[in-house]
Design a protein. Structure first.
Length: 120
């Protein structure tokens, strides 16, 4: 069940970050949030947000003379599978970067103007 919410959640996270810098994407955040909550409640997206994003991505590739990639993302199953993979990979990368940040804050490599960088 939760697996079906991951594509909308990934799109929501993307537009949440993009909405900080580009105000035109802020409307997509509201639609994405509604879609995510609808899918959690086992309903179809009332705003059909995932379909609009799938078609927009497909058209974007088609307009840039990549029709095979556009056809790939036009398939709903391929689109959702790709978003799930992107979501899992970005989560793993984020956890690893957070781990590196914590290690850096706990034991910084430069203490008292002496930098120790382990080699090997």
């Amino acid at each position: 069940m939760v697996l079906f919410c991951i594509p909308c959640l990934v799109i929501l996270a993307y537009f949440g970050i993009a909405g900080i810098f580009f105000p035109r994407y802020r409307n997509y955040i509201k639609e994405g949030w509604r879609c995510f909550l609808d899918k959690l409640k086992r309903r179809k997206c009332s705003a059909s947000f995932d379909n609009r994003m799938r078609l927009a991505l497909s058209m974007w590739f088609t307009e840039r003379k990549m029709p095979s990639v556009g056809r790939f993302f036009n398939n709903k199953r391929n689109f959702e599978t790709t978003l799930i993979i992107v979501g899992v990979v970005s989560t793993i990368v984020s956890i690893y970067l957070f781990y590196l940040l914590i290690n850096y804050l706990i034991s910084p490599p430069c203490v008292d103007d002496v930098c120790v960088i382990p080699v090997g």
